[in-house]
Design a protein around this ligand. Structure first.
Ligand SMILES: Nc1ncnc2c1ncn2[C@@H]1O[C@H](COP(=O)(O)OP(=O)(O)OP(=O)(O)O)[C@@H](O)[C@H]1O
Length: 448
């Protein structure tokens, strides 16, 4: 019977989580047992158990209960024959999922601290506001509302605040959870008729952090409960920190009264990263990797290349670097530009800003005030040759075109000519500040 229920829940989860998430996280779970409200799964590794417990635990419990199985808690165990292969503890227990059972929120990522957060122009205000809240003391703005696009550091900053607050005042009751978890807890409390406990629980915290609050848009009863929780905490001078992917006023299907409450404190946004911030983040991550892979060398220009080319979000940037280091260590080679382009061709393609070689040629000829036909044409006088090399360099750096492809677009030149041009500009960039300035200006103009 329970096997059938689990099979049904699996198919619900497949729809809810998407095929990729499903095959990565839910499929590896082997249902083992359900007794006294504890549902046990066998998992291939503790990592999977922990991840599922943190990210999908509440949903699994919710759907199991919806389908009539009384589940209060999940447990994940690595079967004995596999356990010897992993060093982590044998079982991973889900954070107690019922709202009435405890006050634990979602776990905090130990890596998300202020120390590891790189500050640049796009996020300096959000960082300063987060620091202020993390300093504790009297509540000056309530709530702190952080918003910005995907992967720009909202969760990182929230966890950093939580770590800092807990370190300064271990007695503080800091609760961090996603809006989705808030909803699941609320629904569970309703179903189990434990709303009083739920209310008490949420009103007893000193600091409440709710991530991705846009999730409650359109969920009327959750909004209502969130509104009351919010008011009670603000009245009690408790700090609230909220994040969302957009400004309060722009959250779809969110009641006006909630929008206006969310705007009462300090609303700050994390802007999309700029080149300098991306480079700073890459440099700081490389320091971490350097300790992990002491034998790996990274060639000059690789980080700059990645910072140019991957501008979608920090998560993608980090993922690219992780992959690059893993790949280089497998093949035991230095991380060169070529290796980077090989290893990350799909990521680079996906985040291609779609700057074309033609655009580069046009911008460069305008910049140096020469005719496009002269830059592409056969003349070798320096007035044309240098801008041509600059354009070749930018084409290599800013597009995913290969050397022969670039050569073809420069009047059918050979790939070795392009390679020579790229190398020459790389050298001049260091010795000739005029060239370095030109490159920077052109890059910015092309990125716009
Ligand atoms: N300024 C930064 N310095 C260092 N790491 C950063 C910075 N900004 C983001 N990151 C890293 O990028 C990844 C994504 O960040 P995070 O999860 O905080 O994004 P988010 O804004 O909450 O995204 P989402 O909208 O998807 O929830 C994390 O690994 C985080 O550590």
């Amino acid at each position: 019977m329970t096997h059938d229920t689990w099979a049904k829940v699996q198919s619900t989860l497949k729809g809810a989580l998407g095929a990729n998430n499903f095959s990565s996280w839910i499929e590896p779970l082997a249902f083992s047992d359900l007794s006294a409200g504890v549902m046990t799964f066998h998992v291939p590794t503790n990592f999977i158990g922990n991840y599922v417990s943190q990210n999908f635990g509440d949903q699994i419990i919710y759907h199991m209960n919806q389908k009539g199985a009384a589940v209060r808690r999940l447990e994940f165990a690595v079967p004995a024959n596999k356990a010897s292969a992993v060093s982590a503890p044998k079982t991973a227990t889900a954070p107690k999922p019922t709202a009435t059972a405890d006050i634990s929120g979602a776990p905090l990522d130990q890596r998300f601290t202020f120390d590891t957060f790189v500050v640049g122009k796009p996020n300096e205000l959000a960082h300063a506001a987060a620091r202020r809240v993390a300093d504790g003391g009297p509540v000056t703005f309530n709530p702190l509302f952080l918003y910005g696009g995907v992967g720009l550091g909202k969760t990182h900053l929230m966890h950093a605040i939580a770590h800092e607050l807990k370190q300064r005042s271990p007695e503080l009751n800091v609760l961090y959870l996603s809006a989705e978890q808030f909803m699941y807890r609320f629904i569970t409390a309703l179903r189990e008729r434990k709303m009083m406990d739920f209310k008490q629980l949420f009103r007893s915290v000193d600091v409440l952090m709710v991530d991705d609050v846009q999730f409650i848009g359109g969920k009327d009863s959750t909004q209502e409960e969130f509104f009351h929780t919010f008011n009670a905490l603000v009245d009690g001078q408790k700090q609230i920190i909220i994040s969302a992917d957009r400004a309060p006023g722009e959250i779809k299907d969110l009641e006006e009264r909630i929008k206006s409450r969310l705007q009462c404190g300090l609303v700050v946004d994390l802007h999309p990263t700029d080149y300098e911030l991306r480079l700073g983040i890459l440099q700081s991550k490389v320091e971490v990797y350097a300790a992990q892979y002491p034998d790996l060398e990274i060639a000059n220009g690789v980080l700059e290349f990645l910072a140019h080319r991957i501008s979608t979000n920090v998560r993608v940037l980090e993922g690219a670097l992780t992959r690059l280091f893993a790949f280089a260590s497998l093949v035991g080679r230095e991380i060169t530009l070529e290796l980077t382009q090989d290893c990350l061709s799909d990521v680079l393609k996906a985040s291609d800003r779609k700057v074309t070689v033609e655009e580069i040629q046009r911008k460069v000829s305008e910049h140096y005030n020469i005719r496009l036909s002269d830059m592409i044409g056969p003349k070798r006088v320096r007035n044309y040759a240098r801008p041509r090399q600059v354009a070749m360099y930018l084409a290599k750096r800013m597009t995913s075109r290969s050397l022969p492809e670039i050569g073809r677009r420069f009047g059918g030149r050979d790939h070795t000519t392009v390679m020579h041009g790229v190398k020459r500009i790389e050298e001049l960039k260091i010795t000739d500040s005029q060239i370095a300035d030109d490159l920077e200006l052109l890059r910015r103009a092309l990125e716009e």
